[in-house]
Design a binder for this molecule. Sequence first.
Ligand SMILES: [Zn+2]
Length: 533
Amino acid sequence: MYIFSDLKMYGRFTWGLRSYLRHTLTLEEAKAIIQKRMAEREENFLRLVRKGIFGYPKSPYLPLLRLARCEMGDIEKMVRGKGLEGTLRALREAGVYVTFEEFKGREPILRQGESISVKHNDFNNPFLSHYYKAETGGTTQAGTRVEIDLEHLEAETPRLMVSQDAHDLLDIPTAIWFGILPDPTGIIANLTRVPFRNVPQKWFSPITNRDLRPSIKNQLATRYIIFIGRLLGVPISWPESVSLENAIVVARWVADILKTHNKCLIITHVSKALRLCIAAQEEGLDLTGLVLWGGGEPPTFAKVQEMQKTGAHWIPSYYWTEVGLVGQGCAKPADINDLHFFKDRLALIQSSRKVPGSEITVNAFYFTTLLLTAPKLMLNVESDDYGVIEHRSCGCTLESYGFTDHLRHIQSYQKLTGEGVTLVGSEMVYILENVLPARFGGSPIDYQLLEEEDEQGFTRLSLLVSPRIKIKDKMEVINAVLEALKHSSVSAELAGAIWKQAKTFQVKQMEPILTVRGKLMPLHLAKRFPHST
Ligand SMILES: [Zn+2]
């Protein structure tokens, strides 16, 4: 059964891949597409609701709209009267929204005394057909889907092209330092640059066979995509393993390129960019002319300052795998993480909500997708991020498309991020409260994960274990956590593999820290909420 559905998927993906790789996009076309989308935001939203929600009986949003007594006609009327964002705010007030945990299928949706059970896959866009996916089983939750949707990637490219143009980064030597499948970031960073023929010359992969051996299916898929690309004249490069401790390999490549070019672009995660710069400093390499473009975790002042010492220039990006590029650094920024929000195919509102398991309130982000090419259809879905939305005139090119909303001070409120990988806090909580006490004794109050930043700016996760628990070998505890992550989900496995390489984890024998209100939270995120712990 699975084999047949796999073959069908491969067939459709292959067919789509060939035409995707042949497709080209000019800057003028990219600009025109964005302008059209900006002019048609409201109609696009209404089409998505009509077809993707009211026209799709299995839509998880239908019961929410029914509870809010809201029909298609009501939404049309609201959009005409209140505008798109006004409508979304009214729907949020009426209970039409999905929390991050509900969206991940980890909790049922509870509204007005009714419980609606949902799975993560219920939010999938049923209208996409040219995708590659690999299901990975987990023990603590349903399988996680690794996905590459070609229709979605095609819709992504205009925005990416104008972003690179705004920073004068088209047609310059480019490399990426991203993983291979099951981590889709490397393939996506390559494919999204194909239509404007800016395919990275070099693909460094931080995942080595020592950390994680991808399944045969994922290995074949990576090779297949590169092979077909090259057959059609698109020079996608073969990934070259460069572990985090070998960042100097990437730094030397940059220094070499800068001998003959005055500019060079590296696209990677924040902390890998930092590693590259520290390695360059140690070897005395000047990286003036290097542009580092990245996201995956908040670029703190300490991290960016360290990067700038090499002469490199930093541009932040805000990416959410299931949505694509949400925002990109302003060319005339107010600070190190000042981004333009891409409202051509997304809408964003804010609403205050409590951080789970705490008394802290944050102004959380709620996203709505506007195009039927989105991998997940979203109507007021929480991203687990919060921050500031500013309406400001900066005078850079991105503003000229109507991208006048700036996002600043973005932080996740419950995910653990570090080294560009994210782990949903609840997966770690399960390990702290169940796996470790069962293995080493004690109870959930004897274990806590503390998030800190070291003097160089790297995120460190300290596992605090009460001195009452006798630990003979701290490595045994770290290995138990990594082993449990491996069985949790594909993203947890990736996080574990990278964190092991980066030595992100350490064990400290000390009592877990209480909050100012005397509570013990399994995750102590002091770095993010400095005034509330
Ligand atoms: Zn700007």
